[in-house]
Design a protein around this ligand. Structure first.
Ligand SMILES: [Zn+2]
Length: 427
């Protein structure tokens, strides 16, 4: 019966910060004080516990049972019960990781090193753990959905998004990582063996599903893509009311390839004229779309007169295909103009993909590992610029974190027993 019983059992672990190990051991011998401490921590956090579906959440907590963690030298772990729905919560002290012998302090350093691009093997060597243990820990983090964690951080669902795929390899096979970014946070980091529209729709659909579960009225207003067909069509399927934009920086980089056979200086000159054109349109406060239409026409005419009709025609056709996407960017000031922030996220993930080469095999847990890495990207403080120095992506985007300590936040936010107060209890 083990397997099926395990599958239904909900993770109702709640990580509680006892500040000090000795506080925890003192409280263990005083049941009333223990319950009070836990309740005070929950209140300060502002989270609900995930009760059973039938429970209004008003019930109190009582001590239920306890067990000894043999692998942690017989450490006592208490379980508490909701007095109304009888849901049982495991109270995990902050200095213990769920089902793991690895201490949070070791994990903190190993995760920072992983996030910084050091291979799992090297992290394991430095911190005297097994590479597999670190791999499994990141995969366990990846069991928690990005959207669910953001909701706990009170981060609003994004109005406009950047969507693009990272190309990678699994041994010799080409694979794709469909990604959604908004500002400094990754909302989705999927994994697909195919670059078909159906495969991308399925991957991006995970975000759409989680977002509409959080807010049934949620709509993406604008999505910026690099114009790849599968991406654009999956965005159209999932977010039929979103305007699809094309990245202006991609456009700039693409222009020289439309001017085949011309000398480098001439192509360079035309590229910088095109750059000035896009820049001036972005600077305008009003009628940006009209201004762009006129300027694109003039620019194509300019190419015809200076380097010939064939080039003018090719550029004109290209403008015709792409301009709707550029209009979408200029029409809404909330739309990102370029995919730079997504490229930065991909570059950060790239180092880890290289680092995980030994674990990258067809039967690996790619989806879980990638989501785990995305959590690190979102929650580890790394901003260097003065405005957001020392903040993590979630903070930069206006999220609220449970504590000032990122590792503790990771433990609390990935505790299955917590849910956001705004959400009604379910399951
Ligand atoms: Zn309850």
């Amino acid at each position: 019966m083990g397997q099926s019983a395990k599958a239904i059992r909900q993770n109702r672990t709640i990580t509680v910060d006892f500040q000090d190990q000795s506080t925890y051991f003192q409280l263990l011998s005083d049941g009333k004080a223990f319950v009070e401490f836990v309740l005070a921590f929950l209140l300060a956090l502002g989270f609900q516990r995930s009760h059973k579906a039938t429970c209004g959440g008003g019930g109190c907590l009582t001590r239920h049972s306890h067990y000894a963690r043999v692998r942690l030298g017989g450490l006592s772990i208490w379980r508490m019960q909701c007095t109304s729905c009888k849901a049982v919560f495991t109270v995990l002290p902050h200095f213990v990781l769920r089902y793991r012998r690895m201490s949070p302090d070791v994990a903190r350093h190993a995760l920072i090193a992983t996030h910084g691009g050091l291979s799992l093997e090297w992290c394991a060597t430095i911190y005297n753990i097994s590479p597999m243990a670190l791999y499994h820990f990141i995969c366990a983090l990846g069991q928690h959905r990005l959207v669910t964690v953001f909701v706990k951080c009170r981060l609003a669902l994004p109005v406009s998004i950047l969507a693009d795929e990272k190309h990678s390899r699994c041994l010799t096979d080409r694979v794709y990582l469909p990604t959604i970014v908004s500002g400094r946070v990754i909302w989705h980091l999927g994994y697909s063996a195919s670059k078909s529209a159906a495969a991308f729709t399925e991957s991006y659909g995970e975000f759409q599903h989680m977002a509409s579960h959080t807010d049934p009225a949620y709509q993406v207003k604008g999505a910026l893509t690099d114009g790849f067909d599968s991406t654009a069509s999956s965005m159209r399927t999932l977010f039929p009311r979103a305007r699809l934009g094309n990245c202006l920086r991609h456009a700039l980089n693409k222009l020289p390839s439309k001017l085949i056979g011309l000398s480098a200086p001439i192509r360079q000159d035309l590229r910088s004229k095109f750059h000035a054109l896009l820049h001036r349109c972005r600077q305008r406060q009003s009628l940006r779309v009209v201004a762009l239409g006129q300027r694109l026409r003039h620019f194509a005419d300019h190419i015809t007169t200076t380097v010939g009709e064939a080039h003018g025609e090719r550029v004109r056709n290209w403008f015709r295909d792409k301009k709707a996407g550029w209009y979408a960017v200029l029409a809404d000031p909330r739309m990102p103009a370029s995919s730079t922030l997504l490229d930065q996220a991909h570059n950060a993930i790239d180092r880890k993909l290289f680092a995980m080469k030994g674990f990258h095999h067809p039967s690996g847990r790619q989806a879980a590992l990638l989501t785990g890495l995305a959590h690190l990207y979102n929650l580890i403080p790394y901003q260097r610029r003065a405005l957001h120095a020392g903040q993590c992506g979630v903070e930069v985007e206006g999220g609220v974190l449970p504590t000032p300590d990122w590792m503790l936040n990771l433990q609390i936010l990935s505790s299955g027993g917590y849910q956001c107060a705004a959400e009604t209890p379910h399951h």
